[in-house]
Design a protein around this ligand. Sequence first.
Ligand code: AMP
Ligand code: GLY
Length: 442
Amino acid sequence: MSMKILAVGGGGREHAIVKALARGEAEIFSVMKNKNPGIARASKDFLLAKETDVDKVVQYALAKKVELAVIGPESPLEAGLVDRLTQKGIGCVGPTRSAARIETSKSFARGLLSKYRVPGNIRFASFTDLDAAERHLRSIDYEVAVKPTGLTGGKGVKLQGEHLADGAEVLAYVREIFEKGIGGAGVVLEERLEGEEFTLQAFCDGKNVVPMPLVQDHKRAFDGDKGPNTGGMGSYSSEDHLLPFVNSSEMEEAVDSMKRTVAALASEGAPYRGILYGQFMLTRDGPRIIEFNARFGDPEAMNVLPLLESDFVGICSGIASGDVSRRSCEFRRAATVCKYVVPEGYGTEPMANVPIKVDEEGVQRAGAELYYAAVNEVGGEILTSTSRAVAVVGIDVNIDAAERQCERALRFISGEHIYVRHDIGKHEIIQRKVERVRALRK
Ligand code: AMP
Ligand code: GLY
């Protein structure tokens, strides 16, 4: 018997979720604000609506008699979608509003980690008033990362010594956050870490934490990790499910931090059911927590989900019902390289409504996977929005082979005003990261 499942969200991450569900016994209904052609095609029916319009989404779920809902992005979590669906007896992959604070409030997250002494936490302080933040800045002797407390789509964080040249610029940005209300809830100032970042995603059912293969994303817009931060330009994973610069005991430390965080949320009366995303920095002292997200990463979902050999529908049911640890969660031993095609200017002043041509059969012949993201299908033509458009994922025996496959497949996507960070997954850039971590460890 196939299960009626609601999928919420219209990006590349959600296309990957829907594709993974469609491999199992699922009848899929989707809600998205743009007409993502991949999701539309895989769904029995879809509704074009804002994912944060909780009333509309719940009404649709009830009308379609869905039994389970998988929430892709964070904004509907903050709007309380899961609370409402759960009240109506619909199981959810995605945390309640309260548990989602692990992502939606950076001050809640850091406060929880320190209250429960979760390993991997770092020095930080949260402020809801400007004067106190200024006093704190004058009292510390280390460089900081400046983070608006609320949601900013991953683009509000600025680092001293990088985006902010000196203390004066740090102060000016903190003032701007308060004056313009960026993120809407004050500022978190935390110690700036040195190292290499990695992502650990896990299936969580309120108690149990089942890790997925590690992934490394590339947030910077340009080659060589230069330029402004973006939602993520592309990502890779390795056939051993670690990364070339992360060993298994470091991964275990990160998994332990996630387990303790999930236990802490349960102790606070906010059990975490959904996908937990841990962003870690591998430092000279081991993995340190940069942030948690209450969802799959985008692009990171596209690295892990195509490798999932076990039944994703069963795993999702297990997350909602609290017994994910009894389900099989096996991933193929293969490497992946994902590169996003974006409109020119993405990261600063993106163009919009750029037409792109996608030869799906060509991508398939190259052996790669294709995921549509924030595009709209209009009269048979595919138009970008101002955000990431299409992702291509190469999957092969090792990262080099997956990278070459990804590049072969990218040739089947064309457009006059598109941009791709071609260095992602290439040997030279990965080697530089390995060397950096080696130097740190000395
Ligand atoms: P976030 O929105 O918290 O993920 O931050 C965006 C990016 O800023 C991260 O992916 C890191 O590259 C960087 N970042 C955030 N916090 C720190 C930190 N404490 N030290 C160094 N880099 C950081
Ligand atoms: N790739 C970063 C994120 O999904 O937040």
